[in-house]
Design a protein. Structure first.
Length: 328
């Protein structure tokens, strides 16, 4: 056992602090698999943990970072052996269990997914929790039976991580994708991912009517608050919206009108504790259905040392698409 480099969140009298320092492997938490982390990524929740804006970190000291890919170094788990390539998202890693912004992680083998065939460890983290959540949203729409020939689909927070992957997945599946964004300059980027129309998010972000003109058959919402309320109010009869995010706010100022007068369904998506079979299905489908050339256009890279300064940027909505953190 030795030390490795990690970002560490501490809590003192002055509040939460963040440092890039040596961490003793003996201080890792219990787990039956030790992984040499090769890649991580930056998600909205990582921004909350890095900045302390919201109390997502529940244990101190904490290594933030909610997802990683890497190579198994030691394992007492029957499914994994040294040398195996693995992916982890969720399960409280980076919140209650020491996380991914480090050269080593020790976790429960039951939390891991084998690296899906067809993806490199870097591509798996270009997808990361955000892209995997976008796939869970698409699977929820599919399971509900809504199809591209029922009408358009809206994606909110479209230039962000969940949004970018959702746009690419839905466009490839044949949907007419309406991408809602607050960023004027990202129309070409979103059209490159497959968006057919761009909608100014200002049209959705202010309080609206309980019911509006029926504009889309389905939606994937990463924003919450009045945006989600307006998305629901403008969903066609028997349409469906998958809600996964809160970039605008945690509130949902809506009425029962879309549900009882139009039969609209609201599907909640929680990626953190998704059971293994669905988790693995999502990763297999990502490897099969996501256009990797489009994934490359939405991905930027930073080194592990640089990730500490990016928390504020993602919370301010200034990160486009996905950021891979190169750890190895
Ligand atoms: N349920 C789950 O398991 C789960 C999993 C992953 C993520 N999430 C949640 O999903 C959301 C998106 O995550 P992410 O990693 O994709 O974050 P992200 O990259 O920061 O994307 C969020 C996007 O939302 C839009 N936005 C930001 N502030 C806004 C505001 N005040 N009003 C309206 N739109 C705003 C921006 O898109 P434009 O600039 O294009 O408008 C921004 O890029 C977060 O709330 C995150 O916590 C939930």
């Amino acid at each position: 056992m030795g030390t490795f480099k990690a970002w560490v969140v501490e809590k003192g009298e002055a509040g939460q602090s963040l440092a890039f320092r040596d961490f003793d492997e003996a201080d890792l938490m219990d787990g039956d698999v030790t992984v040499r982390v090769t890649h991580s990524t930056l998600n909205y929740k990582d921004g909350l943990a890095l900045t302390g804006t919201s109390p997502v970190v529940r244990r101190f000291p904490m290594i933030p970072g909610i997802d990683f890919s890497g190579i198994v170094e030691r394992s007492d788990h029957p499914e994994y052996k040294p040398g195996d390539a693995v992916v982890l998202t969720g399960w409280g890693v980076g919140e209650t269990h020491l996380g991914a912004y480090a050269q080593r992680a020790r976790v429960k083998g039951d939390w891991l997914v084998p690296l899906p065939q067809g993806l490199t460890p870097e591509q798996a983290m270009a997808i990361g929790t955000a892209g995997y959540t976008a796939m869970l949203c698409c699977m929820a729409l599919d399971a509900h039976g809504v199809k591209p020939d029922h009408g358009p689909v809206i994606v909110t927070g479209a230039s962000g991580g969940v949004g970018s992957v959702a746009v690419a997945l839905l466009a490839r599946a044949g949907w007419h994708v309406i991408a809602s964004t607050g960023r004027d300059g990202e129309a070409d980027y979103l059209k490159g991912l497959g968006a057919a129309e761009i909608l100014d998010r200002a049209e959705l972000s202010k309080p609206g009517k309980p019911l509006g003109k029926e504009r889309w058959a389905a939606g994937i919402d990463a924003v919450g608050s009045t945006t989600l309320a307006n998305v629901l109010a403008q969903t066609r009869a028997d349409g469906v919206v998958a809600a996964c995010g809160l970039a605008q706010g945690m509130d949902l100022p809506t009425s029962v009108a879309p549900f009882i007068l139009r039969g609209v369904s609201l599907l909640g998506i929680n990626s953190v504790t998704t059971p293994q079979p669905k988790r693995r299905e999502a990763w297999v489908r990502l490897a099969r259905d996501l256009d990797l050339a489009k994934l490359a256009t939405m991905t930027n890279r930073v080194r592990l040392e640089e990730v500490g300064r990016l928390g504020e940027a993602i919370l301010a909505g200034k990160v486009r698409g996905r950021i891979v953190v190169e750890v190895a």
